[in-house]
Design a protein around this ligand. Structure first.
Ligand code: MSP
Length: 573
């Protein structure tokens, strides 16, 4: 798949941005940035987010705030945009469902489906809560003894004209598609849930709501040719993924590679949405290009300090609280934590302060940050901050006769009575192979949408370099430079290997931590060339490697160690 289209859910403008919204959007951002880097060509990736604005609640909240629904939507959509900007999210487009570029397309899609008969006019009968102005399902009505759970008044049986989507017609096709495309519903734990429900049988679904004198019912897209009905907000919303790329210059992005969503909205995305797409495709040759998306990925939920997030419990992680973390520990540390510790694979994840600090210190401050500082400090000290001339190939294996860089380093240790760690004798470090392995695996993990596995290759490269440094003790070797002319080139080989490995680690880390890695690239003079694919950029000692003679500035440490005893940060004001 040379082009890559990734989407987030579009967010209800009634809510204020919180960790749930930021999580999905940041994870999609990491994936989009990674895929741009894999291809070396930004234009092959299209990343969409946006807002879902036609919910009835928008009208009531707007009225409470004495503004029009459109003004209310404008105000809150701007909040989401601002929040995602603050999270450094590189979306290519931000769709708002009240924009005509979306509404016009939805009308075309519904028109085509009305023509083909997959949307038809019928009657809906159900239990209606008059106070809440909403239908209650048969089960919910029975459980509540046919009374409103809000007002206690009896529910009434009500029948009204309504449009239905022929979901039942697509039952077999859906089932077959899911069974034969294991990646379609991901992670695999979600698949059984969806298949079970499909196999149990599908009924046609109402996709319209009546328009009455109540202003709340006048918000939304009208059913084409029938002003007394409007398109149900979920159907309107799902079409955003298609409407945005339904233009000649963008159609090649379809089908989407990944619709990233939360588990709570899986049914709409894994059953209703593909059925709508199949129906649209069948409705007219003009929609021949409308294939099914590759993957619907349903992640789990964040909880907080071990409990469901709630404003009253005081454990709610609002956007402002997240930014409190960003202000103290850096935005990139927050992005790293979300991407590596989040509930992507299914189980819910806990946003606990202690866990944040532990991850931050282990992987960033003491990990990547400390390792880059150590290496740049040594290059500064022993080579004047310039990448040394290096003729070595990165294969560090002890030689029978001695004399290789690793032998010299171990000999220097022995002479200084600072022997290598026990059990380390004869250990070899193969840099080119190790680097190539982690790069390959990181790309594969991203293709499988395993964000944390992919980013763990950064930590593994850092660990490899740390091990190599503790094994070879370059500072001990450096002390022998005056007495032994071979020590300097050996030290050069060792430090070059460390720096080059960290350069590659920084590439793999950059989709999660674009700002910090850009700082490192500035200090180390090694910003990746534009237009070059990751495998080329990341080749150990390849065309894009560190070059002898280029400056490496020992800059500020990338991440300051965090004090676990310090109280959690407050919300950003
Ligand atoms: N507007 C619909 C989506 C339409 S997509 C065609 C919607 N919006 S939402 O704003 O309510 O939720 C958006 C996403 O936020 C969902 O994917 C949901 O799973 C996610 N989250 C809300 N709370 C969350 C957590 N506590 N943790 C992780 N994600 C959570 O639904």
């Amino acid at each position: 798949m040379n082009q890559y289209y990734i989407t987030t859910p579009i967010y209800y403008v009634n809510d204020r941005p919180h960790i749930g919204h930021c999580y999905t959007t940041v994870v999609a951002d990491v994936a989009a940035r990674f895929q741009r880097m894999v291809r070396g060509h930004d234009a092959d990736v299209f990343f969409l987010t946006g807002t879902d604005e036609h919910a009835d609640k928008v009208v009531t909240s707007a009225a409470e705030n004495k503004v029009t629904p459109q003004e209310w939507a404008d105000r809150n959509a701007a909040e989401f945009r601002r929040a995602f900007g603050a999270c450094n999210v590189s979306f290519n487009d931000f769709i708002r469902t009240t924009e005509s570029r979306h509404k016009d397309r939805v009308i075309e899609y519904i028109t085509s489906l009305l023509k083909s008969g997959d949307i038809y006019r019928g009657q809906y009968t159900g239990w209606y809560d008059q106070g809440q102005e909403e239908y209650v399902t048969e089960n919910a009505a029975r459980e509540a003894d046919f009374k409103s759970t809000i007002s206690g008044k009896p529910l009434v049986k009500r029948t009204e004209d309504c449009y239905f989507f022929k979901l039942s017609k697509y039952q077999d096709a859906l089932q077959k598609h899911i069974e034969t495309h294991p990646a379609f519903v991901s992670p695999s734990s979600r698949q059984a849930e969806i298949l079970g429900r499909i196999r149990a049988g599908l009924n046609d679904v109402p996709i319209s709501r009546p328009v009455t004198s109540d202003p709340a019912t006048q918000w939304g897209i009208r059913v084409p040719g029938d002003d007394a009905n409007r398109v149900y907000v979920w159907i309107d919303a799902l079409f955003n993924y298609l409407s945005v790329v339904d233009a000649p210059e963008r159609r090649t992005f379809w089908p989407a590679a990944v619709h990233l969503i939360g588990k709570d909205i899986l049914w709409f995305h894994a059953a209703i949405w593909p059925a709508l797409l199949m129906a649209l495709r069948a409705s007219s040759p003009a929609y021949d290009w409308v294939k099914l998306p590759h993957t619907i990925f349903g992640h789990g939920w964040w909880i907080s300090e071990g409990m469901k997030m709630s404003k009253s419990l005081g454990n709610f992680i609002s956007f402002e609280r997240l930014m409190g973390y960003a202000d103290r520990y850096s935005l990139d540390a927050v992005r790293w934590f979300l991407a590596t510790q989040g509930p992507l694979s299914g189980a819910d994840a806990d946003f606990a302060h202690a866990k944040f600090i532990e991850t931050y210190n282990a992987e960033l401050a003491n990990g990547l940050g400390n390792c880059t500082s150590r290496v740049s400090n040594m290059i500064d000290k022993y080579f004047g901050g310039v990448v040394p001339e290096n003729a070595h190939d990165g294969e560090f294996a002890p030689q029978p006769g001695g004399g290789s860089p690793i032998d010299l380093a171990l000999a220097a240790r022995a002479a200084a009575k600072n022997p290598a760690p026990a059990g380390a004798e004869g250990r070899a470090f193969h840099f080119p192979e190790t680097i190539a392995f982690h790069v390959k695996r990181a790309i594969e993990d991203q293709a499988a949408f395993d964000m944390s596995a992919s980013l763990m290759h950064v930590t593994e490269i850092v660990r490899f370099v740390d091990d190599f440094i503790s094994h070879t003790a370059p500072f001990t070797l450096a002390k022998t430079m005056n007495a032994n002319p071979d020590a300097k080139p050996a030290l050069a080989a060792i430090l070059f290997a460390c720096a080059e490995a960290l350069r590659v680690a920084s590439l793999l880390a950059s989709p999660a931590m674009p700002t910090k890695m850009a700082h490192l690239w500035r200090d180390w003079n090694c910003a990746p060339a534009a237009g070059v694919a990751l495998v080329e950029l990341a080749r150990y000692a390849g065309d894009h490697s560190l070059k002898a003679g280029q400056k490496i500035v020992k800059g500020e440490p990338l991440f300051m160690r965090a004090d676990p005893a310090e109280a959690p940060p407050a919300e950003r004001a």
